[in-house]
Design a protein around this ligand. Structure first.
Ligand code: ADP
Ligand code: MG
Length: 727
């Protein structure tokens, strides 16, 4: 393994991260910073390896007796790679990851020291739970919490730019009471629920042979912006809130469509190459990179993986993007809407379900109309999204994502499913009770004999749909770019598990537990006919941005929750409590805790935005505007003193003073509003939505109007053009 060779002085050499200078093939170092695969095989006694693999692959309970051996091997491997500390790495409800480092080094009573790491330290950690959001599950004086090793997600060595290497052990985080305080625990529970119900369907179809369980598969495309770090540091708004709260549009946005898939600028490509090689080392299979729609916007996409690992890898990806950007003199903006007036950033959540043997259960295959098993899984998803559109919407609700959803941008806040021509045609047939044929796309003739004939997909794409079937998976596109994807996937898995449970129940009732193929087919046709008739209102293939769809959706009775304040209530319903508790994903209290944390986060983010806005206006924009006002006034007096007509400049001054006054009034109003608070959560959220958010927009409009007429050398912060286009 090349990158971590030991030189003659016994020092660890770091891998050369530039792909241009480094002749090593990426496949040689892929996963070299993870304790998995070959590394595990080489370093663990074979019986221990076999036991651990059984837990990882089949989900059998972890044998605590092997922990010590694994811990020692992991420690030795980490130290050989330069690590001095280890940490339990977890995903508290903050939405980011948490780590508390402990040294391997243990001083002995005789003054010497050894490097120690026991099985117990591997399996259990005891961080203080009181300083993480718990939504009332824990009080400040009730501090005990535990982290528990998730051996199904590989431990990894995270090396920061100063070369400090830490062993990170993915863990679940629970309170002393046993309640989940994190995002991983419910995700794992939801995957189990999904597996259990999906297995019932497979059993009915006799397709469970050799299948031990079913997994979620997940691949998340990540959009982000890159700006110069030096410029970002000059903007309090970017540093405090992750988005520009003021800034007039640049003369050029993406009108020319000249950025999407354009040539990647040199420095950006160097950044991307280093991100990729760091992620490869960490076993994250990143595959695709390209320019996105907006200027300075980019995207990275991995190959899909087992959902639990993909979720951890997604958190690592965001961390590596931020870290490597700084090294290259950039700031990586993951915010959903860093710049007004141009495209925002999302995280397309590509989701499917597969058997432990690797069969994708959402693959329609050819002759789809005969593939009854696929149609059952498809119907389960349609039913789930229709029944629980509110929860799905709420699962991606956050203050920053409000700037995309419901703000005339992709995708709309109304949850609907895009199926495409082929599947729409099939569900039409299913609804009639007699599915007969599968539409095919045929071939495309490009009209030039030297070009190949291209087989055409049976369905087009639709970029406006929040939840689109894309060939053999669903793409949940409403997820925000900063989102920790564990939560939306937990919700998705849980609601689909519920629908699979329902369908399995119906089919078992109609056809028995061991039905003949013919009997099962009759039952499937009858059950699906009903389910499709009832729930297909959630399917929509047209333009999701159009006003017509908003009207049509309302007619169909689909919820349209434009903001977080409207959406979060979905987690407070009896329906939500029932679903989460029935499948043992979250108890009523755990669910309520998540609701509380989400509400608090929404309110806190808006509070920070208000204070940032006020500070920027009072200490930067108003002083700059007053300086300009004074300059104009000086010009007027000097011109008048010279006995020259000055009407035009006087008019300009008058108009400018008017704009300054509007800004002053608007910011004073914002200060007053942000001093008000409501005890009741719902009232506070409504007040923020209806009072504070519009007032922030008003302050912004006043700032942006001034920016357009203020001399550029007086303007106190980098402009949109400087940050996005002048590189
Ligand atoms: P597009 O969105 O343009 O169709 P791709 O087909 O490359 O792009 O897929 C986008 C993402 O979907 C990738 O991260 C890919 O790994 C992921 N993906 C593909 N198949 C599956 C699947 N069966 N389950 C989950 N994710 C998948
Ligand atoms: Mg996509």
């Amino acid at each position: 393994m090349h990158p971590h060779t030991t030189n003659t002085h016994g020092l660890h050499m770091t891998p050369n991260t530039s792909t241009f200078e480094n002749p090593t093939r990426a496949s040689d170092y892929f996963g070299c910073m993870t304790f998995s695969g070959d590394t595990m095989l080489k370093r663990l006694p074979s019986d221990v390896f076999a036991k651990l693999q059984k837990t990882i692959i089949e989900g059998t309970p972890l044998d605590p007796a092997i922990a010590n051996t694994v811990a020692v091997a992991m420690k030795d491997w980490s130290i050989e790679h330069g690590a001095t500390h280890y940490c339990h790495w977890f995903q508290p409800l903050t939405g980011i990851t948490a780590e508390k480092h402990d040294a391997f080094l243990s001083p002995m009573t005789d003054g010497s020291a050894i490097e120690k790491f026991s099985g117990n330290q591997l399996i259990i950690g005891e961080p203080d739970a009181s300083s993480f959001p718990s939504g009332g599950i824990r009080d400040t004086y009730e501090a005990r919490g535990y982290t528990a090793w998730d051996c199904t997600s590989p431990a990894f060595l995270l090396k920061n730019p100063s070369g400090i290497t830490t062993l990170c052990i993915p863990t679940a985080f629970v309170s002393w009471t046993g309640e989940a305080l994190d995002k991983k625990t419910p995700l794992l529970r939801s995957i189990q629920a999904l597996s259990k119900q999906a297995m019932r369907i497979l059993r009915l179809f006799g397709a469970d042979k050799g299948v031990t369980h079913v997994v979620g598969t997940l691949g998340c495309e990540q959009e982000y912006f890159l700006v110069e770090r030096e410029q970002a540091e000059l903007r309090l708004d970017l540093m405090m809130t992750g988005r520009t709260m003021i800034g007039a549009n640049a003369p050029k946005g993406h009108q020319l469509d000249d950025h999407y898939f354009g040539a990647v600028p040199d420095r950006v490509l160097a950044f991307m190459a280093e991100v990729e090689s760091r992620l490869f080392e960490l076993g994250v299979p990143v595959k695709t990179r390209h320019n996105e729609v907006a200027p300075s916007q980019y995207e990275l996409a991995p190959l899909f993986e087992n959902a639990n690992i993909a979720v951890d890898h997604q958190m690592i990806t965001m961390q590596v993007l931020r870290m490597v950007a700084r090294k290259h003199g950039f700031e990586c903006l993951l915010h959903e809407k860093p710049f007004a007036g141009i495209n925002g950033s999302g995280k397309h959540n590509n989701w499917s379900i597969a058997t432990s043997t690797g069969v994708n259960l959402l693959d329609p295959r050819e002759e789809t109309h005969t593939n009854m098993q696929f149609l059952v899984f498809l119907a389960a998803v349609i039913r789930a999204v229709d029944l629980h559109a509110d929860m799905l919407r709420a699962s991606i609700a956050s203050a920053p994502n409000d700037h995309r959803l419901g703000a005339n941008e992709a995708p709309p806040a109304i949850m609907s499913i895009f199926l495409g021509d082929m599947l729409t045609d099939i569900i039409d047939q299913v609804e009639s009770g007699k599915p007969k044929k599968t539409k095919t796309g045929g071939a495309l003739d490009l009209g030039a004999t030297t070009l190949p004939q291209i087989p055409r997909h049976a369905s087009d794409r639709n970029r406006t749909s929040p939840f689109a079937f894309t060939g053999n998976k669903f793409e949940f596109r409403a997820v925000g770019s900063t989102a920790a994807v564990a939560w939306p996937n937990t919700v998705l898995n849980t609601i689909v598990a519920e629908s699979l449970d329902f369908l399995a129940g119906e089919l078992e009732r109609k056809a028995g537990r061991n039905p003949s193929a013919a009997k099962l087919e009759t039952a499937v046709k009858a059950v699906l006919k009903d389910v499709i008739a009832k729930h297909r209102r959630v399917c929509f293939d047209g333009d999701g941005y159009s006003e017509a769809w908003h009207k049509e959706a309302e007619k169909r009775g689909l919820p349209n929750m434009r903001s977080t304040a409207d959406a979060l209530g979905a987690f407070r319903t009896k329906k939500a409590r029932d679903v989460f508790s029935r499948y043992h994903v979250l108890s009523a209290r755990e669910l309520e805790a998540r609701y509380d944390v989400l509400v608090e986060n929404y309110c806190t983010v808006l509070g920070i935005e208000c204070r940032t806005m006020v500070q920027m206006v009072r200490t930067q924009v108003l002083p700059a505007a007053l300086r300009t006002q004074e300059e104009l006034a000086t010009t007027v007096s000097a011109t008048l003193a010279a006995d020259v007509d000055c009407t035009e400049t006087q008019n300009e001054l008058r108009a400018y003073v008017g704009m300054v006054n509007e800004l002053r009034n608007a910011v004073t109003d914002l200060e007053k509003l942000s001093a008000k608070h409501h005890k009741d959560d719902e009232a506070e959220m409504r007040f923020l939505r209806d009072g504070v958010v519009p007032c922030i927009a008003r302050v912004r409009a006043a700032c942006d109007a001034l920016e357009k007429v203020t001399p550029s050398d007086n303007w106190p912060v980098p402009t949109y053009a400087e940050m996005l286009l002048m590189k």
